[in-house]
Design a protein around this ligand. Structure first.
Ligand SMILES: Nc1nc2c(ncn2[C@@H]2O[C@H](COP(=O)(O)OP(=O)(O)O)[C@@H](O)[C@H]2O)c(=O)[nH]1
Ligand SMILES: [Mg+2]
Length: 324
């Protein structure tokens, strides 16, 4: 999953990038992408049963491209966006979002119009389906709506365009030390998109401390969770993501999955061969396994179930895929 940081110049994009990734300016020369491991205590718990194996966490890529430019191809490849709002110098969240939203709509319109022109020129019969879909898209955009808020069904054709308005945007309200956190104007009902309040500069400065010092400071400032932990919680609940686990030959590993996915889709997230050749999956929840005290015990107690490809995977499931 790739998250793109966007926002006006000086809103604190790079500070937030630092607070999320821990990557400092002096190392940023060639690094506008930060890879963050998502800490999950269930990985440690599972690992305690298999201490000889490696731990692998799921990851998020965070992209800070400097300035936000709707035409920037790299920023377009993100799966979702964080819109940084410089509330520390008075940016008003709703206004900033409305402006960015218009920019995104215009940029998408431009893509559709150019593509339609190409298709017109080609005069091919097989283009008709794409053309009518794009006309539908244009209609949504001309009414100043985002594609994500429209009735247009998620179409494979549309995915290829990387439309900006097809992706979720989260507002990150960047406030300074001492500024009121619970201001009504920071609430998602007021802005129109889910929002989070960060003290960007402070949290970025915490990255210069070692872990124990950082914990002390976080307590001192009344911060319960790190910036990245809060972001991950919001992303997972708003996008509808869950975590399942595997115990492989060499590693215990956490995987991200869209909530509501079945066992064969989960297998596909690991490897396409596993989805294609899916036979059955062995399933046990991590809680059950920990309670049983180990795989052998769980087997003896009959806690490991054999399920087919339609089994709906739950958060915290451990899966072993059988495939041919
Ligand atoms: N006081 C204060 N200054 C901030 C905060 N966040 C960023 N800044 C400052 O604003 C300036 C621009 O921040 P930067 O992260 O580079 O913004 P960018 O242009 O969006 O990448 C820098 O001088 C930061 O130190 C904040 O929360 N409080
Ligand atoms: Mg910057």
């Amino acid at each position: 999953m790739k998250i793109g940081i966007i926002g006006n110049p000086g809103s604190g994009k790079s500070s937030i990038f630092k607070s999320l990734t821990g990557i400092k300016e002096e190392h940023r020369e060639s690094m506008s992408i930060g890879v963050v491991e998502i800490s999950d205590e269930r990985v440690e718990q599972l690992h305690s049963l298999y201490p000889e194996k490696k731990k692998v966490y799921s990851r998020i890529d965070i992209l800070d491209e400097g300035i936000f430019d709707a035409g920037n191809e790299k920023i377009r490849t993100a799966d979702a966006y964080l819109l940084i709002i410089g509330a520390f110098f008075g940016e008003e969240p709703h206004t900033v979002w409305e402006n960015i939203k218009s920019d995104m709509i215009v940029a998408d319109q431009d893509i559709v119009e150019r593509r339609l022109k190409r298709l017109e020129k080609e005069h091919k019969k097989e283009n008709e389906k794409e053309k009518s879909l794009l006309m539908e898209v244009l209609d949504v955009l001309e009414k100043e709506n985002r594609l994500i808020d429209s009735e247009i069904i998620e179409s494979e054709i549309l995915k290829g365009y990387n439309f900006l308005t097809f992706k979720k945007v989260f507002a990150v309200i960047n406030i300074k030390e001492g500024q009121e956190e619970n201001n009504q104007i920071y609430k998602s009902e007021n802005i129109g998109i889910p929002s989070l309040v960060f003290k960007g500069k402070l949290e970025a400065d915490l990255q210069y401390l070692d872990e124990s010092e950082r914990k002390e400071y976080m307590e001192l400032y009344g911060m319960k969770e790190s910036a990245i932990a809060r972001l991950v919680n919001t992303l997972y609940s708003e996008i509808g993501l869950i975590t399942f686990f595997t115990v492989g030959k060499d590693e215990v590993r956490a995987w991200r999955l869209k909530d509501g996915s079945n066992a064969s889709q989960a297998a596909g997230g690991i490897h396409s061969d596993m989805e294609r050749g899916f036979i059955k999956a062995e399933v046990i929840s991590i809680d059950e396994l920990l309670k049983a005290g180990g795989e052998k015990e769980a087997k003896e107690m009959g806690l490991i179930r054999l399920v087919g490809k339609d089994y709906c995977v739950k958060d915290g499931d451990i899966l072993k895929i059988r495939f041919a």
